[in-house]
Write a protein that binds this ligand. Structure first.
Ligand code: G3I
Length: 302
């Protein structure tokens, strides 16, 4: 059985990977995704510099390709990502007025999410809004609007696609342990925002792990999952991944009832943003690595 089939048997929604039109046009890569994964996340095609490079000029070619492929092949989709300080076009970074930035966020979020309404399981509505001290990252969004940009983005998303589960996603949230400032900071901000009525459904932990960090995932993920109705591991890869590291990190989601799924950030090592670090589950020949087999053996026996 694939890891995705085992995840579903264990009551989870999916085991997924990132993809985009380039990787989906590689026949062998698409075949692996069809056989082994249940969900795809756009690696780059959903980001602001691609989808609205100049104001009001939208470009959804790449994201359409991914979503259409998923619908045709019965795969779920995690939308990534509407509001992020990185890969953000200059015309957005230059905005200094609260009213203008509010409208720009609302238009961007409702146009992107609206185009795929009903087809996307979860959206990373805001991405990487925290700093390593557990406070709000400095960005055009926080500088102009304070933390109100989070409410503005989530309310626009909820109004546009009420059925999608809306996520706040970040890195260094499970990597460094359950008492790391960014982990506890994210948990307390999200708890406060949900209590204030902001429609956040889920917390996403990226899990771009360094060697030796997998052991930190279970306790840190539990801290995050405790404050939202659902949670997920959204971008896992592991530098110099040993099979046991993958088992420890993936099993953390299995063991937490409201953790709905795990996404790994790519199929083959050479296509990863960390290509030289042996981070993924398939090798350059698209063959499953020992970490994949270890996951099937361990999770399949649960
Ligand atoms: O498409 C252009 C191409 O036209 C150009 O010639 C080439 C020259 O640099 O760049 C290409 O764009 C690159 C793009 O990936 C597509 O390959 C960008 O330079 C490169 O910066 C971009 O990197 C992506 C990175 O996000 C950008 O921040 C990675 O593929 C992607 O895996 C990575 O994903 C992020 C998540 O979105 C958020 N969390 C962290 C994660 C890893 O960094």
């Amino acid at each position: 059985a694939s890891i995705d089939a085992i995840f579903k048997k264990l009551g989870k929604l999916y085991f997924g990977t990132c993809a985009d039109s380039g990787s989906l046009s590689q026949t062998s890569n698409a075949a692996v995704i069809m056989a082994d994964f249940g969900q795809v996340t756009p690696e780059n095609s959903g980001k602001w510099d691609t989808t609205e490079p100049s104001q009001g000029k939208f470009n959804f070619g790449g994201l359409d390709t991914l979503v259409n492929w998923a619908v045709k092949n019965n795969k779920l989709v995690r939308g990534h990502t509407t509001v992020w300080h990185s890969q953000l076009p200059g015309w957005v970074s230059a905005i200094t007025s609260k009213g203008t930035l509010t409208t720009v966020i609302q238009t961007h979020v409702s146009t992107e999410i609206g185009r795929y309404a009903g087809k996307i399981l979860q959206w990373d509505v805001v991405n990487e809004v925290f700093n390593e001290q557990g406070g709000l990252r400095t960005s055009v969004f926080s500088t102009v609007l304070g933390e109100d940009f989070v409410r503005i983005a989530f309310e626009a998303a909820k109004k546009t696609d009420p059925a999608a589960k809306l996520y706040i996603n970040d890195y260094n949230t499970v990597e460094l342990g359950s008492t790391y400032a960014k982990t506890t900071g994210m948990a307390s901000y999200v708890k406060k925002w949900i209590a204030a009525g902001i429609p956040i459904d889920g917390i996403g932990a990226q899990a771009h792990l360094m060697a030796g960090q997998a052991k930190n995932v279970p306790a840190a993920l539990a801290v995050l999952c405790a404050v939202a109705s659902q949670c997920a591991i959204t971008e896992m890869d592991i530098v110099n991944a040993a099979p046991a590291d993958y088992v420890t990190a993936v099993k953390a989601c299995i063991d937490i009832p409201n953790c709905v799924g795990v996404t790994v950030w790519g199929v083959r090592d050479p296509d990863s943003w960390r290509a030289s670090n042996n981070p993924l589950l398939f090798n350059s020949a698209y063959a499953a690595k020992p970490a994949y087999s270890a996951l099937v053996a361990t999770l399949g026996a649960l």
